[in-house]
Design a binder for this molecule. Sequence first.
Ligand code: PEP
Length: 252
Amino acid sequence: MRQSLVVGNWKMNGSRDTAERLVADIVAGAKSLDKTEIGVCVPFVYIPQVAQQLQSESLLLGSQNVADQVSGAFTGETSAAMLKDFSCALALVGHSERRALYGESDSLVAARYAQALAGGLKPVLCIGETLEEREQGKTFDVVAAQLTAVLDTAGVASLADAVIAYEPVWAIGTGKTASPEQAQEVHAFIRQSIAKLDQAIADKVQILYGGSVKADNAETLFAMADIDGGLIGGASLDADSFLAICTAANNS
Ligand code: PEP
């Protein structure tokens, strides 16, 4: 039985004040949720203050990206060791906004994933197809290629210390959610692809769904056999909404 996990992705939102209040409210509301893991991936600049706030809390702290290199002349990048220094446990890699808006290739994503692992962070590897790719019947090919690029670099065993987030690009921030059946179909495909390489890892790896998850659709999504929780964007900026989603995962 896999434990459920809900991770908030704040993207480029918030201020010192709103970050502090949001974390405090999530911590307070999550106290009764002992069957699900919960994490928040906050903007880099707020990582130190959130780390301080979470000192003795079980909420997982995460970043929204991580450098593909260990250290050195890589202006604008933040290494896994730096994030670990501030108690980060998770790092998003390959988010579709990084791929589409900042040109991050499969190979760069694979290098970031490998560095996260080497630095002791758990990468949350985001994969998913665009609307055009779905309409052309390419969903499985796209998802398989994104996954293979990472597994060719890091090996299937790396998934013992990683999380996968299936995020159809057409559902991110659009209010359009994949139906539970559509999401389950891709989650099952991802797990079966991993099982061909290593059954035990496939059984164990958490595969999250992301794409306009809200309080009112979380329960049916999380009820699906291969959906182990969610990566939540917009709804993670409101403590009540986020906690309602966490509660759905806790009860799944
Ligand atoms: C995301 O950014 O990973 C995401 C799933 O966003 P939203 O929930 O807003 O669609």
